[in-house]
Design a protein around this ligand. Structure first.
Ligand code: FMN
Length: 316
């Protein structure tokens, strides 16, 4: 069984990966997507999105970070994949799931799910460009507007030589609206012999158990659930674990704040802190209450004052 921390642009950056992989329960991370549209990126672009490339492609806790590329041009993707592999990416993941309109209008992300032969072309070009020992994987949704082609798409990715396919169990049209259609993951598992990874709408250990009983997968990717409930990876791997106490979450926020100081603009630091506190409101009523107090603050120090206030309350 394995747990992958989902790629989440604007949320799961190097700081979040660092914090969450130190906690444990995560076997692999995937970077935020790197949009490949018309050039071969310089080294610094890859390092900017995935600074772990400078530390052996691993987080401080030693968890590998695969680099995700997104685009529709097989030649350009292959060139960029080759380059980032040389820089030290321990794996390349291809994004066939992004639902953003601007991305889809520009021939990238989920739009490619309309043409299984294009998934094949992109994946096989990248596979050929990257040394054999570096795994190439893909991440897709169940379809663009409907679910009529997911098996064809899954077969295309396998035939192109990918060693793993992650499926976010919704179409592009379904966006992020619950439910995720875990039942549609079954035929993909039955049809493919490469590793398949289930993704979508796992927020708790109960969700995980239900998803597993429906789809029967061994491997899982979790995104928002992992942010909202940082113990989730530990909990799904070992029933002895339960949700972290709020006091533990406060410590994590302090650690996160320290890491965020590497971000230049304080406004961005504040944005990240608010984002995490808001998402954790789904698991912790204390975080939801804290968020109402900090939502209008734009200084990380002011936000942390409120976090320290929470901490002082814990002392009683
Ligand atoms: C804010 C946000 C950013 C995302 N960025 C990416 C991305 O860069 N690459 C990708 O493949 N998926 C991305 N996703 C999709 C997630 O990886 C995942 O498939 C989706 O959130 C469903 O899983 P979850 O219910 O466990 O969150 C993003 C999702 C969100 C909400």
């Amino acid at each position: 069984m394995s747990v992958t921390l989902a790629p989440m642009e604007g949320v799961v950056d190097q700081y979040m990966r660092d914090i969450l992989t130190r906690i444990g329960g995560i076997d692999l991370c995937v970077s935020e997507f790197i949009r490949v549209s018309n050039n071969l990126y310089p080294r610094r672009k890859f390092i900017e999105i995935c600074p772990e490339l400078e530390t052996g492609g691993k987080t401080a806790a030693g968890i590998p970070v695969h680099v995700q590329l997104m685009g529709g041009d097989p030649v350009l993707l292959a060139e960029n994949a080759d380059k980032v592999a040389r820089i030290g990416a321990p794996g390349i993941d291809l994004n066939f799931g992004c639902p953003a309109k601007t991305v889809n209008r520009n021939d990238a992300g989920a739009t490619l799910l309309q043409w299984p032969d294009r998934l094949y072309e992109v994946t096989s070009a990248v596979r050929r460009a990257v040394p054999d020992h570096i795994p190439v994987s893909a991440k897709m949704r169940l379809g663009f507007e409907d679910k009529s082609m997911y098996l064809e798409n899954a077969h295309a990715v396998e035939a192109a030589g990918a060693s793993k396919l992650t499926i976010h169990a919704r179409t592009k049209l379904e966006g992020y609206r619950p439910p995720a259609h875990w039942e549609n993951l079954v035929p993909i598992r039955e049809a493919l012999s490469i590793t398949v990874v289930a993704n979508g709408e796992i927020w708790t250990r109960e969700d995980f158990d239900k998803c597993k009983s429906i789809c029967g997968y061994e491997h899982y990717m979790m995104g928002r659930g992992m942010i909202a409930r940082p113990s989730l990876g530990l909990e799904v791997k070992d029933p002895a674990y339960s949700k972290f106490e709020w006091s533990h979450i406060i410590h994590l926020l302090e650690d996160y704040h320290k890491l965020l100081q590497q971000m230049r603009q304080p406004l961005r630091q504040a944005g990240r802190l608010k984002q995490w506190i808001k998402l954790m409101g789904r698991t912790y009523p204390e975080s939801a209450a804290l968020f109402t107090r900090i939502r209008r603050l734009n200084s990380p120090d002011e936000i942390m004052e409120q976090v320290y206030h929470e901490k002082s309350l814990m002392a009683f």
